[in-house]
Design a protein around this ligand. Structure first.
Ligand code: SAM
Length: 221
């Protein structure tokens, strides 16, 4: 049957779509990156489909088990911990395998932190580059250096404990006058946008030590 790539909220449960709820209810199996988060969603929206775990460390065998289910006529919905599956989240291998097996892959669109952040950033949106998480070691510096003359808005995901260090490095390599936007805790109670130069953003982070999830947007030159 079909593999359904179902976007779920990035914080605010009100952002789930009607189609996502219907799809999750009607699917024979829901493959979830985090079964605990999935159970909360299931309780809230009265979903009773069978849950299976599918995460970054799932083996090839587990991918094949899902492919077998699909080939035997079952429908499988894929959800990640938050947002759109496969976008800096597991699932691309499963999607590729399904396509190879001529299984229909259907996106059920919804929240995605990168797009939500970009849409309200005030930065150029006609052309942008999504880089997901920066590599922590190898290739990191080179990658940032390559953005010196980048004209498009660049979007990154970053973990809260690395954000200060990342901005310091951006300042060193790209110059601390480059414009940046930090989108914090999108769709949640403490949602906040910081807009300014890299120097100002670093100051803001050092002074306020804000917590939570961040999406970083670097203005194009
Ligand atoms: N697949 C997800 C999506 O569609 O947005 C992204 C998953 S990725 C593992 C998690 C990263 O997304 C976080 O480290 C953060 O950079 C960003 N993110 C997720 N939720 C966010 C939120 N509510 N506000 C800001 N950034 C968020």
């Amino acid at each position: 049957m079909s593999l359904l790539i179902v976007a779920t909220p990035i914080g605010n449960l009100g952002d789930i779509t009607l189609r996502a709820v219907e799809t999750l209810k009607q699917s024979d199996f829901v493959a979830a990156e985090d079964t605990r988060t999935a159970k909360k969603l299931f309780t809230k929206f009265d979903i009773h489909s069978a849950l299976i775990a599918f995460h970054a460390h799932s083996s090839e065998r587990e991918v094949e088990k899902i492919i077998e289910k699909l080939k035997s006529g079952k429908s499988v919905a894929l959800i990640s911990e938050a947002g759109t599956p496969t976008i800096s989240d597991p699932g691309s291998i499963l999607v590729r395998r399904a396509i190879e097996e001529e299984i229909k892959v259907i996106p059920i669109p919804g929240a995605c932190a990168a797009i939500a952040a970009l849409s309200a950033s005030g930065l150029r949106t006609d052309k942008f580059l999504f880089l997901g998480f920066l590599p922590t070691k190898k290739g990191r510096r080179k990658l940032i250096e390559n953005l010196k003359n980048e004209e498009r808005t660049v979007i990154f995901y970053e973990s809260p404990h690395r954000i200060e260090k990342t901005l310091q490095q951006f300042g060193e390599i790209l110059g601390d006058k480059r414009e940046i936007v930090l989108a914090r805790e999108l769709t949640k109670l403490h949602e906040e946008f910081f807009r300014g130069t890299i120097a100002q953003a670093t100051e803001f982070l050092t002074a306020k030590k804000p917590r939570g999830e961040f999406t970083i947007l670097l203005a194009g030159m």
